[in-house]
Design a protein around this ligand. Sequence first.
Ligand code: SF4
Ligand code: SF4
Length: 378
Amino acid sequence: MKPIRRPFGKGKAVSLFTLGTMRALQSEKQMYEVVKAALSIGINNFETAPAYGPAESLLGKAFKKLKSQGKEPYGGYLITSKILPNISLKEGKQQLQEILDRLEMKKIANLAIHGINLEQHLDWAIHGEGAKIINWAIEKGIVQQVGFTSHGSFNLISRALDCDGFQFCSLHLHLLEPSKIPLVKKALNRGIGVMGISPVDKGGKLQFPSKTLIEACKPFHPIELAYRFLIGQGISTLTLGASKIEDFNVAKKLINNNYPINKQTKQALKNLRNYALFRLPESHCGQCRECLPCPKNVPIPELLHMRNLFLGYDLQEFSKERYNLIGKAGHWWESKNASACEECGECLPRCPNNLQIPKLLKETHKLLIDNPRRRLWD
Ligand code: SF4
Ligand code: SF4
């Protein structure tokens, strides 16, 4: 049976899962074993970046070895690599050539602008030097299509999807934080491919779920429910960051399932949402964003989302880690935590759930503030 391939922008069709290569960096052997395991479940798309250290060169070596054994995925090996914004045409040409050299390839299928997080990044990609790099790479045939990754706001991503400059987008889309799902629909309606990034780790460290979350996701493991939910939204492909063969076990169950939202999944999703509501009957934040804007730019929904996760699903380590990154990750994450609230009360009449927002923010800060940590992907 041919493995499932899903349309991905104007590029070659991709597998339901894309191998994320940032967790197989210990040795050539580790990368080879992980890529081989990816092929065995039908994966043909491999996501990498210069920022992942030796990932590209290890991947290049693994491909070479597998090709010499006659092993090639259906549709061929597809690569998605990245360049950072705000570089010059000269730097862009050089960086792209270095990517190809490390991968030992003459061209790649997908190039993403890594982090359209600010308006200036979008402007660079559409009107500035970025546009020149993109045109040059496409004309030279080095890159088949161009997309972007973003940790930016909903509106910024929406504008990036509107501008006709990109054929795919790589977004953080999560079971426990579905606020960007409408962007998936928008992208797909415009023929733009969608890659869901890190649905497991950044989606709540689902590889280490709390007992509460396991209970809330039954009868599925949280990872399986997350995959089912996201694939069911029509997302073209989901990254799977593997470091060992066992990391493919859940994906293996779904690899031939193009639309896994059946009756049982629907019920599990409903139970999951109700679980947190039940535990926080008076104070669950529904993430509607009606409370914004805050005159002090406090990101109220994002902060109360971490409170939802901490108290609703006992995801203590994850919510603390995210909270304590605030203000320390530049444009990759929020810059203000709950202590920025000056209790002016402006947000209060806007909340349809009548939440006591300043009080909840104070409590959130007390619950989550800890020692600072650094981002894994810096
Ligand atoms: S009470 Fe706090 S969060 Fe609400 S608008 Fe005022 S400063 Fe912002
Ligand atoms: S308005 Fe209320 S429920 Fe909606 S995001 Fe803001 S705090 Fe949450």
